[in-house]
Write a protein that binds this ligand. Structure first.
Ligand code: CA
Length: 237
């Protein structure tokens, strides 16, 4: 099975660092380059959008406070055309709560000052995300919802839906064992990789995005069900 989280076989992972503070940007660029990433850099949010549209990087390290447009707006705009893995950098830990609440679409957050080694480790862990082992060619059906893990296509009533990489991976894990209830921690292990230190609320944010795209009401969802006090599992549609 191909690892869909990784770029084309043999190609280097392309990363874009969007940060206006030159000393911080240079250190991140140096670390990522040393670790074998193909790295570009930019110090302005508006220009970042142009570069992301042109180069379609696999990973975007995105500072929150930027000239041009801020990291929130960059993330919102890039999510309309890219499923790049986005790590957002913030100056204060309290900002992470606000950002999670705003559902800006970042996959992960790091608060400055952070360890560059930790940043690289998190990105690398994401690129090695374990794939769910299921027989090839088995499309999964849940009522009108069809999930094809090989092509990573999701259709609802025959209409193809767009999911980000993280959203698809969550749906992939849940739908591979539809009767299994996954805790938030287990989902983080399965999707982000074991040993990952992620905020469990990130899972809720991604699930809410998945539901919105499926037209699933959070009060009475048909496809991604909440099992109170435990976590999530697939519904029958
Ligand atoms: Ca900044």
């Amino acid at each position: 099975m191909t690892d869909a989280a990784a770029p084309r076989s043999g190609a280097r992972v392309r990363a874009l660092v969007v940060e206006d503070e030159a000393p911080i940007r240079r250190v991140i660029v140096a670390y990522l380059t040393k670790e074998g990433f193909d790295v570009s850099e930019v110090d302005n949010g508006l220009i970042a959008i142009d570069i992301i549209e042109r180069d379609l990087p696999d990973v975007v390290v995105l500072d929150l406070m930027l000239p041009g447009i801020d990291g929130i707006e960059v993330c919102r705009q890039l999510r309309t055309f890219s499923d790049a893995y986005v790590v957002m950098l913030t100056a204060r830990a309290e900002e992470v709560d606000t950002l999670i609440g705003l559902s800006v679409g970042a996959d992960d957050y790091m608060t400055k000052p952070f360890s560059n080694r930790e940043l690289v480790a998190r990105i690398q862990a994401m690129m090695r995300r374990p794939r769910v082992s299921i027989p090839a060619g088995s499309t999964r059906e849940f009522g009108d919802l069809r999930i094809d893990p090989d092509s990573r296509e999701v259709t609802l009533d025959g209409v193809c839906l767009e999911f980000t990489r993280t959203e698809f991976d969550i749906l992939d894990v849940l739908s591979a064992q539809p009767r299994h209830v996954y805790s938030r921690e287990r989902l983080i292990d399965e999707v982000w990789g074991s040993g990952w230190i992620a905020d469990a609320r990130l899972v809720d944010v991604h699930v809410s995005h998945i539901r919105a795209k499926l037209g699933d009401a959070s009060s009475d969802p048909k496809y991604v069900l909440t099992v109170r006090g435990v976590g999530f599992r697939m519904g029958t549609g």
